[in-house]
Write a protein that binds this ligand. Sequence first.
Ligand SMILES: *[C@@H]1O[C@H](CO)[C@@H](O)[C@H](O)[C@H]1NC(C)=O
Ligand SMILES: *[C@@H]1O[C@H](CO)[C@@H](O)[C@H](O)[C@H]1NC(C)=O
Ligand SMILES: *[C@@H]1O[C@H](CO)[C@@H](O)[C@H](O)[C@H]1NC(C)=O
Ligand SMILES: *[C@@H]1O[C@H](CO)[C@@H](O)[C@H](O)[C@H]1NC(C)=O
Length: 498
Amino acid sequence: MGKTSTANLLLPFLFVLFSSSPPLITTEASKLGSFRFAPRFFGRFAANADLNNLQTHKSLKIQYETRYFTQVLDHFSFSNLPTFQQRYLINTDHWLGPNSMAPIFLYCGNEGDIEWFAVNTGFVWEIAPLFNAMVVFPEHRYYGKSMPFGSRDSAYKNAASLSYLTAEQALADFAALITDLKRNMSAEACPVVLFGGSYGGMLAAWMRIKYPHIAIGALASSAPILQFENIVPPETFYDIVSNDFRRESVSCFNTIKKSWDAIEAEGQTEEGLLRLTEEFHLCRNLRSTQDLEDWLESAYSYLAMVDYPYPSDFMMPLPGNPIKEVCRKIDSFPDGTSTLERIFAGVSVYYNYTGVVDCFDLGESNQDLGADGWDWQACTEMVMPMSSSQSTSMFTAYDFNYSSYQDECFKHFGIKPRSRWITTEFGGHNLLTDLKTFGSNIIFSNGLLDPWSGGGVLQNVSETITALVTKEGNVPQEFCFHPFASSCRSLGFHPRSH
Ligand SMILES: *[C@@H]1O[C@H](CO)[C@@H](O)[C@H](O)[C@H]1NC(C)=O
Ligand SMILES: *[C@@H]1O[C@H](CO)[C@@H](O)[C@H](O)[C@H]1NC(C)=O
Ligand SMILES: *[C@@H]1O[C@H](CO)[C@@H](O)[C@H](O)[C@H]1NC(C)=O
Ligand SMILES: *[C@@H]1O[C@H](CO)[C@@H](O)[C@H](O)[C@H]1NC(C)=O
């Protein structure tokens, strides 16, 4: 969603989670040691969001009924496992009914509370009336209220209970749910159109590929379906983040690049850690510089994902062009100001824009949440290798090391990742050629400043598989698929009527 990314339509993929050294806002980073995960899309935010405070769409009517559907736990075996209740949100206000062939818009739930995605996906709500469409938001299993085994604790207990948390099972859930819903509503003839952003965008694209008889087309926003194995260089993500800062200000880029050594130097001693605690206004004494570095990396990566030209409130309340704002702060001090003082001022734009934060909590408070669903997914099939290049990245140099990645996953969950499974299951190495041969009706939307765009589909594949690419910060006018669709209006976009 950055300015660019925005284009991205939906959510920035907070995917930033795993693979690399991304910024984890999360505590998991420290739990997983020096292991670098890729940045997460948004799981944690979505999980923690105060839904009552989400007022992004004051002007947009987002209303839905909440329902539950009894879902099979393992779609791919006949073992006698318990079923679970999958939550879904539905709105039929604008739908013309079964005889009209009016479409059903199905949003592929991401790794988080579905209500959060629903209120942050204005585009779908905005266009539904234009198409007389029904809107359905099924929640992804193991997130929000869609917990197998009766509770989050039981679902997240161990590798055995988590084993049904996979993209394939989630797609099968969507397929089973929509098929049953259509039958219940005598709507078998109504076409289903898929939507999704970030991980949800990957699901939308994959679902169109795997279930072409169920969905007629997909809009996959900011979906890095090529960010697996060696399909794109592992440096891509951090290079894009870094370039987003460098294009604002080279000195800002350089200050950030220097700051990691400054933090390491200071953190050598106990007193140094205390000084860092004070300098960065932390709530708790810093135990390792890694925690602080992860927190900073998170901020920079998310900033790249939400670098919109207008104020937004997607993950954090932010001014328009937040990277410019961060760099303006970092560059604004007189010569002789320490690197850390500059960095603190810069990152405060992200973490404390409203000025109401008393102290910064690096995320330890989330520890009691236990394992995060995205961590599990990243440690099983969603292995997205990420590196940080010495020469082109502003982050600490880091080479993706699959064997240490495996070790960390084993330590954490007692399982080994299957890094080649996604491309085996959904394709990847020759995906564009494959799609050209057998695929149709997918729109991939990306903003080039969005760090996830590096693993996205950026070229037109065929007449019916197209890429909408936004180079600078503009929301593509014809396709304002953005969490804050209402912001699109302020950019002069008005949905065309048909
Ligand atoms: C369809 O109707 C049955 C019977 O009322 C119900 O149990 C089921 O949950 C419904 N399916 C969906 C997707 O709501
Ligand atoms: C947040 O901003 C306010 C206003 O500038 C400031 O008083 C406060 O100390 C900041 N909080 C932190 C944790 O730095
Ligand atoms: C990768 O990690 C493994 C296990 O942690 C370690 O033994 C190996 O030296 C690392 N390889 C490189 C190239 O750093
Ligand atoms: C793909 O084709 C569409 C429609 O012709 C066009 O608007 C779009 O710019 C093309 N995308 C790219 C990346 O060339």
